[in-house]
Design a protein around this ligand. Sequence first.
Ligand code: ARG
Length: 588
Amino acid sequence: MLLEAYLEEVAATAIRSALELEGSVMPLLRPTADAQFGDFQINAAMPLAKKLGRPPRELAGPIAEALQREPAIEKAEVAGPGFVNLTLRPAWVGEQLEAMLRDVDKLGVPLVESPETIVVDFSSPNIAKQMHVGHLRTTVIGDSVSRLLGAVGHRVIRDNHIGDWGTQFGLLIVGMREFGDAEELERDAIAELERVYKLASARAKEDEAFAEQARAELARLQAGDADNRALWEQFVTATRASLDRVYALLGVEFDEWLGESAYHDALPEVVERLLSAGIAREDQGALCVFFGELSAAPKGLRKQKEPFIVRKKDGAFLYSTTDIATVLHREQQFRADRSVYVVDARQSLHFRQLFAVMGLLEVNMRLDHVAFGTVLGDDGKPLRTRDGQPITLFSLLTEAEERAGARIDEARESGKLRIADEDLAFAKRAIGIGSVKYADLHQNRMSDYRFDWDKMISFAGNAAPYLMFNYARTRSIFDKASASLGASEEFATFAAPVVPEHATEIALARTLIRFPDVVHRAAETYQPHLLCEHLYSVATAFSRFFTECPVLKAEGATRSSRLGLTALVGRQLERGLGLLGIPVITRM
Ligand code: ARG
């Protein structure tokens, strides 16, 4: 059940009956800023007072009285100029938690009423280059957004739109002939391609004939020349192998790998369509969309002088042309209702322009750019190696595993962690890589963040290991419970009436009841950090509960209610971390 939607309805009914109104009313339900004032507040009295010409407190009084009679509400109080503060009734909250426990598969998260087919376009690195830290965010956020959208019931198609068709291939082909080492290409393809590319692009800058040759090779490749095509395939295959290694570490998968090359044949038609619809026109030999000249274009773009170029003077198509073809393909082949682009905020103008062109072409697909900021180093500049090179994603993830490994070894020696030898390798990887993912996901994605190993691999603060550790605690309580009382107390299926009584139990219950809302909001707004915030509050509330409320030593209904809370904490942590792409460790 979605709590806020339910309360909105309850509040709307209460307002209508208290004030004898008809038709729809907006209760303006908000979570309270401070738990001491209750769980939610209703702000409707202020705008209604204006409309009805009465003092707001005079309206808030009867609204509060009507709400007070609701089974979900413990206390409804008028505060300030006319807010109504609501405190949920613990027994009612307990009932909802019990229902969540019984809903083993979905944990109370309802499915959306109209499921959509959604393409999530993420990661999308360029061929012939290693993935570097710049690809971390798109890959990790895109994976989590895909999981979240799937969890609320959408059909998700994960598409890796790799850059496998740009001008770099002309340079790589001539470069390979001029400076290449076939043996090295066999041994360590990406390193060799990066080396050759650097030499070739430097040479092209000062040697016009060489640059011309590169353009000619590119044109031959694009025209289907067999030799060039074979070389290109070799570049792509080699890069794929190195990408796959990184995706395996991250546990990230795709349904489609429709790179830029997949759309090559569709591009002339795209341009035709733009021309015949009067959206693009020629300008100094190039074909461009000038938004300022199109009265149907969005206002914000109409002031933009920069055109959206779809074909260069020399006839070459661009990134933008390919992206238009891609949307059309997703419409025709996938019947997609929505495309979501998880791409760096620096490309936001590109996407605004692309989306505007699709609107002008009357393509009826929802298009969203899920933008994000930059990963910074200690110096506040984009994270790089000591000698100024971008850090490869592979080495970053390997380092994460090593650093987590060292922490784990230390904590095991001092007895703080109990991870069995056979689980150790898995735990080091899960904690190392999980820490990097969580550090990224728990930030509002629009902000830049500083990469800080010590904060991210922490068993105490807002970090993956802390959440994983608390998950393992819930499992250990269940191990002990079922050892003494048998298989009916299985962690994964346990359900019982939940009756929160102790203040820390009530606080924990109030946090747990929000899980379905949080998952929906995180999916709807593409903000995994909302889920991180929830999981962190669950873990901290559980820690307090763990010290103040004995579970196994309690008896009867109290014991089973506390076991219920513990199970729900564990399952929300497991499910929630799963939606962030982070595995759990059962014993630690
Ligand atoms: N390959 C591009 C880059 O590295 C990202 C592609 C994003 N997806 C898209 N459909 N434009 O910048």
